[in-house]
Design a protein around this ligand. Structure first.
Ligand SMILES: [Zn+2]
Length: 387
């Protein structure tokens, strides 16, 4: 019994000694490349959201201008309706005037007929013959005047009434033509307004689709961020496990050297951190092409890989290396030139040892070394390490 307890105690002590000595690298359940991958996904999703956002605002701009156009057409249609009702009122007046002229004409005609009947009854048949052979009343009057001495004003009056009626009818015809023109203009405006409303409805459908798409992407992004947090926490845990009890000292205590051979902090164009929102390191980018990337401090290489898309193209950090310095800090060297990495995972490196050559692989627009310092898996400002 005692022997057994002693035996298991010894095993526990041996494990503790091995763990504390730092020589045992606990196998990584998650690795930096998982984090790199999730960062790539987050970037892609954010790009998609940006794209959808751009589409959305341009579609909304188009809807706004369509709405303005439709309002203009509807205004025009209202104006035309007003014009149509004005013309209708004028036509009605003309019709009333025509009716009045016809009544006056008829009245005058009846008055003449009565007078002719009286003449006929007086025994003068000539007038009836004249009346019957006439084409119309004006014609009759013309003939009649050859044979009678009726007052000239009768003829004048009837001619005037007839002339007036014809004039009004002419006006009415013009009014009707103009009404037709206005109505056809209104119809074409209505057709245009209808087709504008159709494109507006289509745009609205598109906007709804984009909104749905944006929402789905946001949900996706949220999930990625949750995954990222988990990976980060896991990396943090592993970093602590690999260096148990080690607490990172101040940057000056770390004793780093500048990670590009022959250069210094003045070869960093933007010496602020983060140099732009979300940037996790510093970009050493002045006079760097072809220079060696070197280990800032001795340590163990925990990652030496190339981040690539499924189609083989570089993404994210491109060709990169991470070194654990066993002092609570790690350093990352990204975007190195293809095929220039000289170290492998698990390899111990000395301070100043060459890791590769400055390149521009992955998410990079020009030759530079993207350099990160991490404490317990979290990125910190690298600049104080060179001051
Ligand atoms: Zn960078």
């Amino acid at each position: 019994m005692l022997k057994k307890i002693l035996k298991s105690t010894i095993i526990v002590i041996i494990i503790l000694i091995l763990a504390l000595s730092g020589n045992v690298m606990i196998a990584l359940a998650v690795s930096q490349s998982d984090l790199d991958e999730i960062n790539g996904k987050i970037n892609d999703t954010e790009d998609k959201i940006d794209y959808v956002g751009t589409q959305l605002s341009s579609a909304m701009e188009q809807i706004r201008s369509l709405n303005a156009e439709i309002a203009e057409y509807e205004n025009d249609i209202d104006d035309l309706d007003e014009q149509i009702s004005e013309v209708n009122a004028k036509i009605e007046t003309a019709e009333n005037d025509i009716k009045k002229a016809e009544e006056e004409y008829n009245e005058q005609e009846n008055r003449l007929k009565r007078r002719l009947v009286a003449l006929y009854k007086a025994g003068n048949t000539t007038y009836l013959d004249v009346l019957l052979s006439s084409k119309n009343m004006v014609d009759f009057i013309n003939r009649y005047y050859y044979v009678t001495e009726l007052a000239e004003c009768d003829q004048n009056l009837m001619e005037q009434i007839e002339e007036n009626r014809l004039e009004i009818e002419e006006t009415k015809k013009l009014l009707e033509t103009s009404k037709e023109q206005i109505e056809s203009l209104k119809k074409s405006k209505e057709d245009t307004a209808r087709s504008l409303k159709n494109s507006q409805a289509m745009k609205q459908t598109y906007i709804d689709q984009l909104n749905d798409e944006e929402k789905a992407l946001q949900d996706e992004l949220e999930q990625f961020e949750i995954d990222k947090k988990q990976i980060q926490e896991e990396l943090e845990r592993i970093a602590k496990q690999n260096n148990p009890g080690v607490v990172a000292g101040s940057p000056s205590e770390a004793g780093y050297i500048f990670p590009v051979q022959g250069l210094n902090i003045y070869n960093i164009n933007v010496r602020s951190y983060p140099s732009y929102p979300g940037h996790t390191g510093v970009d050493i980018n002045i006079n760097v092409k072809g220079r060696n990337v070197i280990a800032a401090k001795a340590g163990t290489v925990i990652t030496s890989t190339a981040a690539r898309y499924a189609n083989g193209e570089y993404r994210g950090y491109g060709e990169y290396v991470i070194i654990d310095h066993h002092d609570g800090t790690m350093t990352l060297y990204a975007h190195m030139s293809p095929g220039t990495r000289t170290v492998v995972e698990g390899q111990n490196v000395a301070q100043g040892q060459i890791l590769g050559i400055v390149g521009t692989t992955g998410n990079s627009t020009g030759y530079h070394l993207h350099f990160e310092v991490r404490i317990n898996g979290r990125c910190v400002n690298p600049l104080p390490y060179f001051q």
